[in-house]
Write a protein that binds this ligand. Structure first.
Ligand SMILES: [Fe+2]
Length: 420
């Protein structure tokens, strides 16, 4: 094999196969600039031209920019730009059917021929001066062939080709190949532009959604704070239980950790909110029942029990705290199924509600109520153990007593009974 036969340019060129290759690359390459680079390199290697140059429409600035150029006479890209009223651009913008020779490419040789046609000069004087400028541009940039790339009626880009090293003319088949290539690339560019716009729109939408979500979260937070202050108001109605909710929260979190509940994610906030807000529904209980200095009658108990549903209703708008609502609804359920409002039993009761139940009862025993004095901590433990398996979950009772004893040993616990 001789050196010249190794040259790819000497092989018989399969135009159809080349176009199929390009089409396959178009599907693969989503960024038009990479596609254009590949096309420039491909033409440069395959056809042996002085240069291969591509201009692309820049819609935002209504001009055509030189984006790629390869070869010994390449054009400095980025520096040369054609405005939409440049004669060469105007020539191709007028559309194929209106072109003097019905062809949508320009060969330098044809431009020269057209210039020399006196008939043409007389018929279209302005066109003649346009051609003079086109000729000058082509000669200045050492361009032999200009091929436009259209997508529908838009002039998307222009392929400018320098002369062949061999000095031969471009064949009809080659020109047809470049036309198909330019139009295919135009379609790929437009598709990529459309996809990019779509991606950009999606990004904007996602940003807007995130903003809305942030606002919604902020509103929920504000609502949550209002509810918290409501819970404090409920507590303030009975001075003897002041500090109850914050103590219940502290003891409840300790118990949950002792039980090994997952408090790494939102679980911590959910349990904390449930412990703080478990009795928020009491805001809807009449004061004469809530602060009655004595045992409640059956009728009064009926009313008192509605604080569970009332609390859940208050939390209704907090979609972020749906689980909190469930816990509050279940904090007076009993382990043996005799509690209220639904009579849930054992594992049917959310574990967090079983924790609230134990801690709330413990704190009520040691801190006292309107109608009775607080009792010692050991008495409270005995009471919890006595009701373990009936009112309370035995596992929770065990964990609770264990952790409280540890805290007492460390001198860290601060509940009224611990001081008594
Ligand atoms: Fe309650």
């Amino acid at each position: 094999m001789t050196a010249s036969s190794k040259d790819p340019r000497n092989k018989k060129f399969d135009y159809q196969e080349a176009l199929r290759d390009v089409a396959r690359s178009m599907v693969r390459l989503r960024k038009p600039d990479r596609l254009l680079k590949m096309i420039t390199r491909f033409i440069d290697r395959q056809f042996g031209l002085h240069h291969t140059t591509i201009l692309v429409h820049e819609p935002s600035r209504k001009r055509y920019v030189f984006v790629n150029s390869k070869g010994i006479r390449r054009v400095p890209v980025g520096l040369v730009k054609f405005d939409a009223d440049h004669p060469l651009i105007r020539w191709f913008l007028m559309g194929r059917r209106k072109m003097p020779f019905g062809q949508d490419f320009l060969l330098l040789s044809d431009v020269k021929k057209m210039q020399n046609k006196a008939q043409f000069r007389l018929a279209a004087n302005s066109r003649s001066s346009e051609l003079t400028q086109i000729q000058k541009t082509m000669e200045m940039l050492k361009v032999e062939l200009v091929v436009p790339g259209y997508f529908k009626h838009d002039l998307v880009g222009i392929l400018m080709l320098g002369g062949k090293f061999s000095g031969r003319f471009f064949t009809d088949q080659e020109i047809l190949f470049f036309q198909t290539l330019a139009n295919d690339c135009s379609m790929a560019i437009k598709t990529a532009e459309y996809n990019n716009r779509l991606t950009e729109k999606n990004r904007e939408l996602e940003k807007r959604l995130a903003e809305i979500e942030k606002l919604r979260h902020k509103e929920q937070r504000t609502y949550y704070e209002i509810i918290r202050s409501l819970a404090e108001e409920v507590e303030a109605k009975s001075p003897t239980v002041f500090g109850h909710v914050s103590e219940v929260e502290k003891l409840g979190m300790m118990t949950a950790r002792e039980l090994g509940l997952d408090l790494s994610g939102p679980g911590k906030d959910i349990l904390s909110a449930a412990l703080l807000l478990h009795d928020v529904g009491k805001i809807g209980i009449p004061d004469q029942i809530l602060t009655k200095p004595g045992q409640l009658t059956d009728e009064e108990w009926k009313v008192m029990r509605t604080h569970v549903e009332k609390g859940a209703k208050i939390l209704e708008p907090l979609s972020d705290f749906k689980k909190v609502k469930e816990i509050i609804m279940a904090h007076h359920e009993r382990f043996d199924g005799t509690g209220y409002p639904k009579g849930l039993k054992a594992a049917e009761i959310p574990i967090e509600a079983r924790v609230v139940s134990v801690v709330d009862s413990f704190h009520a025993i040691v801190s006292g109520r309107c109608y009775r004095e607080g009792r010692p901590i050991e008495a409270a433990f005995r009471e919890l153990e006595h009701c373990s398996g009936t009112q309370f979950d035995p596992v929770v009772v065990e964990a609770f007593i264990r952790v409280i004893r540890k805290e007492i040993a460390k001198g860290k616990i601060d509940v009224p009974a611990a001081q008594s």
